[in-house]
Write a protein that binds this ligand. Structure first.
Ligand SMILES: [Zn+2]
Length: 86
């Protein structure tokens, strides 16, 4: 991946977020994220913020169970563009 994808480029109405470790799952309205962080805010930066608030990442007993937060929309979007988004 040459460029880090930015939230301002993301065409979906929502950004879905899942973590396999802490079982967090949810969605954020893309427009609200851009309003808060700006269009150049990248998915990697967003991921870092989510990891900081992950139950697993902040539990000293479980530091080797790093947060597995990910964006299930991201790969279909990067591979196929808008039409792969629900
Ligand atoms: Zn997590």
């Amino acid at each position: 991946m040459a460029d880090t994808p930015k939230l301002g480029q993301f065409p979906g109405e929502f950004v879905h977020v899942e973590c396999r470790k802490c079982e967090r799952a949810g969605r954020y309205r893309t427009r609200n994220l851009v309003a808060e962080h700006g269009p150049d805010f990248t998915f990697l930066q967003f991921r870092a913020i989510l990891q900081k608030t992950c139950d697993r990442s902040n539990d000293v007993q479980r530091l080797n169970e790093a947060c597995g937060v990910n964006f299930p929309d991201l790969v279909p979007w990067l591979l196929g563009g808008k039409r792969n988004l629900s």
